[in-house]
Ligand binder design. Structure first.
Ligand SMILES: *Cc1c(COP(=O)(O)O)cnc(C)c1O
Length: 380
């Protein structure tokens, strides 16, 4: 039924398949039977395998079972959910928070609930697929501004005068390029034009700012009326997602975000794990310090080896390769050499900008990073 479409993907080097990964600590793994070191995990602080995080999950599963059994508005909202919501609101410095099944579900739920008919959304050109899909589900007009380009955002505001409410949607740390949104300028434009910012903190939570609280902490900005969403599945080492915002906004989302209302609540064990992760982030700040040392280590080595490296000093470091098939070849040669980092190709990134996307974790050793760089120099 799909032979032609599949054939065309194969010819363009765009066919995707899944590998089976087994890992004991989030970084050292067996991929399709081959022992290797992962440079692609979003478990930036190594929390998914932290003894306290695992113990919290086990304890909650023993106490409450494996699933929540219903949507949050029915009987799915337990004390584990409540504790986690409070922990997130405190961490993010907001009045309240709300849990969702995943970051994808959050964006496709909150964007149409917030941005309604008669509103306008100004969305960064490199925003994540879940934001794009959230915009598609919204009845608001959507305008795309050039990636992180303040002038382009300002220019779009000139055309956004006749609308009811104005929304700016951006990622804090961009998932494909690893750069950081210019939040001072974005916040200033939001003020000037009476817009509200929706900030996707998927890759910023746990990685940016002195205490890992994210983009606003990084820039020294108040949470104000910014609506922050983030995932529990990346630096927090668990699964699920959240929105952190004012009490009013959260009350509205409880009554309007369909992916919240009509989807089963997270398992209690998952909430307990994420709560434990928030405590570890506070109690073990050395993890974030070590993550940053690893970011510098890999970045300098890649630049030293002559690669064009994108990103803004975050744990996401894409090395530009160019053609899709060359990026795929290098990625699989690296896997043979014991290092797993995926090739990122169109349509995820523009033509000619195919890349290997490296992510580092606090769990990588100096030797892991040196081994990776030696292998790339040899194989590229
Ligand atoms: C990963 C990601 C999401 C989705 O989060 P999940 O919890 O994995 O569904 C949303 N936005 C951005 C920017 C992401 O990188």
């Amino acid at each position: 039924m799909f032979e032609n479409s599949m054939q065309s993907l194969t010819e363009k080097g765009l066919l995707r398949t899944m590998r089976t990964v087994e890992s004991s600590d989030g970084v050292h793994a067996v991929v399709d039977g081959k022992t290797c070191i992962l440079f692609c995990s979003n478990d930036y602080l190594g929390l998914s395998t932290h003894p306290k995080v695992k113990a919290a999950a086990i304890e909650a599963a023993n106490a409450a079972g494996s699933g929540s059994g219903a949507a949050p508005l029915i009987s799915g909202n337990t004390s584990w959910h409540k504790n986690l919501k409070e922990g997130i609101a405190a961490f993010k410095g907001t009045e309240d928070a709300l849990l969702f099944g995943s970051g994808y579900l959050t964006n496709i739920g909150i964007i149409p609930a917030l941005a309604q008919e008669g509103d306008v959304i100004l969305s960064d050109g490199l925003n994540h697929a879940s934001i794009i899909d959230g915009c598609r589900l919204s009845k608001a007009e959507v305008m795309i501004y050039d990636h992180c380009a303040v002038a382009s955002l300002a220019a779009h505001f000139k055309n956004a005068a006749g609308f009811n409410r104005r929304w700016i949607i951006t990622e804090g740390v961009f998932s494909m390029d690893g750069d950081i949104a210019p939040m001072h300028e974005i916040a200033a434009l939001a003020d000037k034009y009476g817009a509200t910012v929706i900030l996707d903190e998927a890759h910023s939570t746990g990685t940016l700012g002195e205490a890992g609280r994210g983009t606003l902490e990084h820039f020294g900005l108040p949470s104000g009326n910014v609506i922050q969403m983030g995932t529990l599945g990346k630096a927090l080492g668990s699964y699920g997602a959240f929105v952190a915002a004012s009490g009013d906004t959260i009350r509205w989302l409880i009554n309007s975000a369909r992916s919240f209302m009509f989807s089963t609540a997270l398992p209690p064990s998952v909430c307990a794990a994420a709560s434990a992760s928030l405590r570890v982030i506070k109690d073990e700040p050395e993890r974030l310090v070590y993550l940053r040392e690893n970011v510098d280590r890999l970045r300098h080595s890649l630049l030293g080896a002559g690669f064009k490296v994108l990103g803004g000093g975050t744990p996401i470091m894409p090395a530009i390769i160019g053609k899709a098939d060359e990026a795929v070849r290098l990625s699989s040669a690296l896997l043979d050499a014991g290092f797993y980092a995926p090739a990122i190709r169109p349509p995820t990134v523009p033509d000619g900008m195919s890349r290997i996307r490296f992510t580092v974790s606090a769990l990588h050793t100096e030797d892991d990073i040196k081994g990776l760089v030696d292998a790339i120099k040899r194989l590229a």
